[in-house]
Ligand binder design. Structure first.
Ligand SMILES: [Zn+2]
Length: 352
């Protein structure tokens, strides 16, 4: 509530009345917070404030009116302070409104789509293959990618002087260390760690000094398989891989074995499976042959079993190595295997 300052002042003191009128006029002209601050200095400033200056006039006021004069000055000071405080509040509220307006969220605006990643096609296929072998009683093993000559060659019945040990084929790190040229090293580690019966698979990267082309890359993915038990025969090997392709591609997909040579198996065989697209009729994917190569396989060589202290008279086993990348390239009809390693998002996002 306003005090009845005006009428009283007009009868009491012309000077204070003029200051008040000037203040009210100045107040109406204020448009910014800075103006309000300037106004405070003008009227209430300690050194040059107009109201302060009035106080100095008290000596010229009649003694009986001094108390009343002092009260009027105090009232005027309070009124100026209150008006300015109100003004400041108004500006502060305005700034808050402005801030809120500025920061307002339009929830109807289209959002930014978050890109969700997914697994690499090789990883997807590898997991699928792992699941199949795990369902057949295999455990998944891991092994070192940097390997000694013992695990990479010697224990696999690949003697010194064998062409597979040539530095033209193998990435040597030192005389005795190399990037593994096959996942077969895991066979040796597994047989050293555990006694038969053994059923393990070992997916992983292998490295060979191949010149990159549409069907070769110096790094690729293999899946090693090993079974060692009493009375394991070639029939078990054939049955296992046949079951595997049935589970991966369907019941019509058969396998065929072609005699071949790998130092760590005897006998050895290349394994093909019936083309999953044409089922043998011949098409672009199988290059009209009706068959697709699965990998190498064979019965574990007695020398390999002996090296890890397993008696080949008591135990026998089979092993196989599948090329995951090549299988992946056929399944997705890729004409260049290198697409799988280049990590070009435009290529990879097709497999979401
Ligand atoms: Zn075909």
């Amino acid at each position: 509530m306003k005090r009845g300052l005006g009428p009283f002042l007009s009868s009491m003191d012309e000077g204070l009345k003029k200051i008040r009128e000037q203040f009210l006029e100045d107040l109406r002209a204020v448009t910014r917070a800075e103006d309000a601050t300037a106004l405070k200095d003008k009227y209430l400033g300690r050194k040059s404030g107009l109201i302060g200056a009035e106080k100095k006039r008290v000596g010229s006021i009649a003694a009986e009116s001094r108390a009343e004069f002092g009260r009027l000055i105090n009232d005027l000071s309070r009124e100026v302070e209150e008006e300015l405080a109100r003004l400041n509040e108004k500006f502060a509220a305005g700034q808050e409104t402005e801030r809120l307006e500025r920061e307002r969220l339009d929830i109807t605006m289209p959002g930014t789509r978050q890109r969700l990643g997914h697994l690499h096609p090789i990883t997807l296929l590898r997991q699928k293959i792992e699941d199949i072998f795990v369902s057949m009683g295999y455990s998944v093993e891991d092994g070192p990618e940097i390997e000694t000559s013992f695990y990479n060659f010697d224990a696999l019945n690949i003697p010194v002087g064998h062409p597979a040990r040539e530095s033209a084929d193998t990435f040597y790190i030192s005389e005795n260390l190399a990037l593994r040229s096959q996942t077969s090293n895991v066979q040796i580690h597994a047989m050293q760690r555990r006694k038969p019966p053994l059923r393990v698979i070992a997916p992983g990267r292998v490295f060979r000094r191949d010149t990159p082309d549409p069907t070769h890359n110096p790094m690729f993915f293999q899946l090693e398989g090993l079974t060692v038990d009493r009375n394991i025969t070639l029939g078990d090997l054939k049955g296992t891989l046949e079951e595997f392709v049935h589970l991966l591609f369907g019941p019509n997909i058969r396998t065929r074995f072609r005699a071949s040579y790998f130092p760590f198996v005897e006998p050895g065989a290349e394994v093909d499976y019936l083309c999953f697209v044409c089922e043998g009729a011949g098409c672009r994917v199988c290059k009209q042959s009706g068959w697709i190569e699965l990998g190498g396989s064979g019965m574990v060589h007695p020398n390999v079993l002996e090296t890890v202290g397993i008696d080949p008279e008591e135990y026998s086993g089979f092993a196989f190595g599948l090329g995951i990348d090549r299988m992946c390239a056929r399944m997705y009809d890729l004409d260049d295997i290198r697409l799988l390693y280049e990590n070009d998002v435009r290529f990879l996002e097709q497999f979401a």
